[in-house]
Design a protein around this ligand. Structure first.
Ligand code: HEM
Length: 471
């Protein structure tokens, strides 16, 4: 150090500078764990446990730590104190009772997705979020539901018309659910939705997912960076045009309360700008499409491999689909299969929150700035909550009211739970029941291993099936 300093002043400046860096490092190392909680080994200075997450699927590593350290433990990501919890009493506090002290973790885990989410409901908080939630709650839980069966059936017919021997259901469901959400949100036809949304949206999402685990991709300006920039811009332009066109149509008196976009534009009586609505449209497509597709893909793989479950599902389908007036509330077993799929495969394995105000619970202090990971997958695989958790058993859900609170959290719980869960379950039970009623499926490849880094968690090699129409 001295050899580079040619004046006394510079020597003193350097000494002060390096002392500050050292003090800051010591301070970070001291506060990077939550006192009183178990702390997994192999943490490195500054990096904490971050490097371990690059080697293994993060949710599996976190679930493994839960088996070693119990329902709540602390760990460190690049000097950031984090906890993961699957403890029902603590989850009740985080997601429900004290939820205002735990905000969305927008500057860390959600950050790479902001190109799509922008100022939409998933990434908004406090008054802004409350207003949005009030506007959409009734639409998503009640108003739109009667339109779901016909939209689902029309999308189903469109995407099952192919005459190939083998088909990847992961791809089929991605297209089906994209077309359903585009139809209820924007009244788009399947062709238009796949040509535009499918082409632009899917690559943007893939790059966002990559950036979660490799943040350097954000800064290295190469071919992928430009591709992402171009496609993101084009997607934005496409959605902006759709929204602007709708505003004009509304001004001429057309389209009143026809789809979710129309409700968005009313803004619950509050003035909303075009960019606000554009962000909301992209948010709803992200939230509502691949999650449902992934649940369907895993469910097809599980049911396709289990003859007993398949026969029970068909027995129920026979009764519903042979009726003139189809009563979809009778698809109980299909719903049980989907719930068990969400438990076993946790398509959203964790959601994160950031502690906004110091919070004490059961003698442990969670300081402001701590990242909280809700261990959804850990809760679903915990032997204290579920007997024989690695086995697919839809009968666990034969009486849903018996499921203990905060042990089954695919849509999380509390005021920020999933707004689209009723839509997702309704469209998925119609699809899964009809597909197994109409077709003999044989899973020939995929449907076992998980893609390590994509959220929602999808089958790594898809779910390729031979399919043949049944008599
Ligand atoms: C199987 C399918 C689905 C799963 C597993 C799922 C899961 C989730 C989860 C875990 C959250 C909480 C995210 C967080 O707190 O960070 C969430 C929020 C949300 N979901 Fe879903 N979702 C599904 C389908 C849908 C569908 C079909 C839609 C829309 C049509 C939708 C719309 C939303 C919205 C708008 C939120 C934000 C709610 C708020 O912040 O108040 N989801 N979802």
């Amino acid at each position: 150090l001295l050899s580079y300093t040619n004046s006394k002043t510079q020597y003193y400046c350097n000494t002060i500078w390096y002392s500050c860096v050292l003090l800051k490092a010591v301070w970070l190392l001291k506060r990077n764990r939550v006192k009183g909680l178990p702390y997994p080994s192999n943490s490195l200075p500054f990096f904490g446990h971050a490097l371990l997450f690059t080697k293994e699927t993060p949710w599996n590593l976190m679930s493994h730590w839960h088996t070693l350290h119990g329902p709540t433990y602390s760990f460190t990501l690049l000097s950031r104190p984090c906890i993961s919890t699957s403890s029902p009493p603590l989850l009740h506090q985080i997601l429900h009772k004290s939820h205002s002290k735990f905000d969305k973790d927008i500057h860390f885990t959600y950050f790479p997705f902001l190109t799509i989410l922008g100022s939409g409901i998933v990434t908004s908080s406090s008054t802004r979020w409350r207003k949005k939630r009030l506007t959409y709650s009734k639409i998503m839980r009640i108003t739109i539901l009667p339109t779901i069966p016909s939209t689902t059936l029309s999308s189903y017919s469109h995407f099952t018309r192919f005459e190939t021997d083998t088909i990847d259901f992961n791809v089929i469901y991605r297209n089906m659910t994209l077309s359903i959400i585009s139809s209820i949100l924007l009244s788009l036809e399947p062709i238009e939705c796949i040509d535009n949304f499918g082409r632009l949206y899917l690559p943007v999402m893939e790059e966002c997912n990559r950036r979660v685990w490799d943040p350097t991709r954000r800064f290295i300006v190469n071919g992928s960076w430009w591709k992402f920039y171009r496609e993101g811009k084009e997607l934005n332009r496409y959605v902006t045009d759709l929204v602007k066109r709708r505003v004009e149509e509304r001004e001429k008196g057309g389209y009143v309360d026809a789809d979710i976009l129309d409700y968005m534009l009313t803004g619950g009586g509050v003035e909303v700008g075009v960019q606000d609505v554009v962000d909301e449209v992209k948010t709803f497509v992200l939230a509502g499409h691949e999650t449902t597709a992934s649940m369907l893909a895993w469910c097809t793989a599980e049911v396709g491999r289990d003859e007993r479950v398949r026969e029970k599902l068909r027995e129920e389908a026979e009764k519903v689909w042979n009726q003139e007036e189809k009563d979809f509330t009778k698809l109980n077993y299909a719903e049980m299969c989907l719930r068990e799929t969400l438990r076993l495969h946790s398509v959203v394995p964790t959601v994160t929150r950031s502690v906004e105000e110091d919070f004490e619970f059961e003698g442990i202090m969670y300081e402001r700035g701590t990242t909280v990971m809700v261990g959804i997958q850990a809760a679903h695989m915990d032997e204290r909550n579920w007997k024989d958790p690695k086995t697919f058993k839809p009968e666990r859900f034969s009486n849903f009211d018996d499921v203990k609170p905060y042990t089954f959290l695919p849509f999380i719980d509390g005021p920020r739970n999933c707004l689209g869960q009723y839509i997702a379950m309704l469209e998925a039970k119609i699809i899964i029941s009809k597909i197994f009623w109409e077709y003999d499926l044989e899973v020939v490849e995929g449907g076992k291993e998980k893609d390590g880094f994509m959220v929602p968690v999808v089958p790594k090699d898809g779910v390729k099936c031979k399919w043949k129409r049944r008599n």
